[in-house]
Each structure stands twice: as structure tokens, then as C-alpha cells.
Design a protein around this ligand. Sequence first.
Ligand code: NAD
Ligand code: UD1
Length: 351
Amino acid sequence: MARLLITGGAGFIGTHSCIVLIEQGYDLVIIDSFVNSSPISLQRVKEITKLTKKESIERLQVIHGDIRNQKTLEKVFSDAIREGRRIDAVIHFAGLKSVNESLQNPISYWQVNVNGTSCLLSTMHEYNCRNLIFSSSATLYGQPKSIPIPETATIQPINPYGNTKAAVEKMLSDISKMDAEWHIACLRYFNPIGAHPSGLIGEDPKETPNNLFPIISQVASGSRKVLRIYGNDWPTIDGTCIRDYIHVMDLARGHSAALNSLLKKEHKHLTLNLGTGEGYSVLEVVNSFEKATGKSIPYEIIGRRKGDTAISVADPSKALKTLKWKTSKSLFESCKDSWNWQSSNPNGFRS
Ligand code: NAD
Ligand code: UD1
């Protein structure tokens, strides 16, 4: 079975994807700096996948390292070749992802997201590994002109984080034009939420969260008093913003579908939206979360947040056509799973 390098594999989307990939029989090498994650998340992955000690040595190797360090990356690829188990493909999750932080510190966002990726790509090139899946984002679409958003929509990010994702997509497009041996998939995620149904892994932001789901979970658990909703004067059904929330396990399956297709060399360069195609307003999310958890979510309406857009919903038809992939989990299940994770791990992996 193929062996994969997973950058940022200890993070939110990485850990859930690792489970699906291990269950499909792939062997994984993970590189993570743990700047926004904990090594405990990977212990939990071993627990969920029921890997024995021997199997985890062979199938889930963990390297504490930074993707900006070319020497570390070269060692990963050369060690793999020396062991006779070369890396067949890379799934590249590692990166910084906070819009707010990117506005305050754009240099580190360009360093990690762009220079880190360029370091990874040159090492892959050197070691003749030409299969890559890249974590892109719906943030690329900025303020979309029409809904649902197809992959052909204009790329017009409105913050440094989005600019770094657009820059990497451009770099990948140039590489695939230059060298026909590359097989690349850029997966543009909409709003990943939920957690593994076991409640053993989930989203565990190290800094104060800005995203809706970690905040709602904190309100439900009582560690935060109230949810502040950013505006009820948007042109939507109830005046609050609409988003396409995708369960992280559906997203994880999207990665394995894309990988299987790349390894069969079905596509040279794929760009796909990964979303449900359905939008929910913030108030609908609050309502669903309350129903799924039996917890009340006190909220207050405050002014609009800078950089928000009224509606962001994917057109996921290309992913269905090319990969035969579509989501299967509802918003209700996502709320249940988010709460299951949060309530059994109130301090995340620190507990
Ligand atoms: P995450 O922060 O949980 O995971 C990212 C992982 O990368 C973390 O474990 C972190 O420690 C690691 N990392 C960061 N910088 C590194 C470096 N220089 N070297 C090695 N490891 C490093 O985030 P996530 O939600 O799992 O997101 C994964 C990817 O998906 C990111 O590239 C993100 O930009 C992208 N994405 C996320 C979302 C979202 O809402 N979660 C949406 C769209 C795209
Ligand atoms: C945000 C980022 C986006 C990034 C994505 C994933 C901004 C403007 N956008 O998207 O670039 O790709 O996260 O990391 O930061 N909300 C509240 N109160 C809160 C938190 C959120 O009302 O306390 C609302 C927001 O206005 C939005 C919805 O909930 O309408 C979802 O917010 P969030 O989870 O932050 O995701 P996005 O804004 O879609």
C-alpha cells in the first residue's frame, strides 16, 4: 500500500483524515511542529484506529519538525528511500489559518504558508515525489458574485491568509504546467466543523478562537457567557450570515477520494470545492446546536465583523462528478459530534 507524508497531520483536519487513510490501509509519516496542535491528538488517532504498538511504528510515524526546514524534509524523504518505503504522495495540511492573526502578522503567514510550501515542493521535486494534495480554502473567493460558488468563480481574497492560499494555488498551477509528471489536487474547503463520533479528537485551538463552532461550544459548556452574532442586517432569510458547514469526517473522506484518484493518475491538476452545497444562517446553527445538545445558547446581536460576506455556499457538483464524492453528514450530526468532543474534553487535549 502507498506511503504518504502528511504535513500538519496533528491538527484538526489532519487527524480526522489520518483516521480515514489508516482505515483504508495507507501508511503514514506525519510531520508537525505542534505550533497549533498537540502530540496527544496522534495518540488518540492510534486509539481510534486500534493500531498495535508494532503497527503504529510501521504505519504512523511521527516527526516533530517544521516544513520550512529543508534539511528536515530532505531527511524524511531520504530515510524513507533508505528503508525501501519511499513516499508516494504528500497531503499538505500544515499552515497557519487565522484570518485575524494574518492581518496582524502577515510576514509569518507568508513564511509558513508560502515559503513552507515552496520548501516542501522543492524537496518533493528533488526526491521525485510528484503527487500532492493541498489544503486550500473558500476564503479565496472573497465576496463571491453568485451563489452557489463554482470553482471557476473569481479568485479575490480579501486578507493576507487568503492571499497566501491564492499564491500557493498559482505556484502549483505553474508547476503542473512545467512538469507533466505532477499530479496535484487543490481542495477548497468551505467551513469544516464537527468531530470524530468517538469524541476522542476534535478542534482544539491553542489561541482564543474566532470561528463560530469553537465559540458556540464554549458558550454551551459555560466557559463563555454569550455568543456575539456579527450582524442581523445581512440580505439573508433572517439577517444573519449564511455558510456551508461541512462535517470534518466528510472532508476527510474527500481527501481519500482525491488521493485515490491522483494515485490512479486520473487527473493532472484538479481544483475542487469541498462543501455540502447547503447553507445555514448563524441563527439556524444556534437552533440546530441547541436541539442536538439540549443546551441553551444565549446570544446577542452586535455589529458586522470586518471581512465577512453575507453568503458563502459551495457548488460541490465538480467533486461529485470527478471523485464521486459528496457529503453525508447533516448539520445536526455535526453539532452533536462537536458537542460530544467539547463536553468530554473541556480543555481539549490539555485535559
Ligand atoms: P490546524 O491548525 O488544526 O492544523 C494545522 C497543523 O499544521 C497544526 O497541527 C500545526 O501545528 C501544523 N503546522 C503549522 N505550521 C507548521 C509548520 N511550519 N511546520 C509544520 N507543521 C506546522 O488547522 P486545520 O483546521 O486542520 O487546517 C489544515 C489546513 O486546512 C490549513 O492549511 C488551513 O489553512 C486549511 N483550511 C482550514 C480551514 C478551517 O476552517 N479549519 C478552512 C479552509 C482551509
Ligand atoms: C472564517 C474566515 C475565513 C476562513 C474560515 C475558516 C473571516 C472573516 N473569515 O470564515 O477566511 O477561511 O474562517 O477558518 O474571518 N460568527 C458570529 N459570531 C462569532 C463567530 C462567527 O456571528 O463569534 C459568524 C460569522 O459572522 C460568520 C459565521 O458565524 O457568518 C461563521 O464564522 P466563522 O466560523 O468565523 O467562519 P467564516 O467567517 O465563514
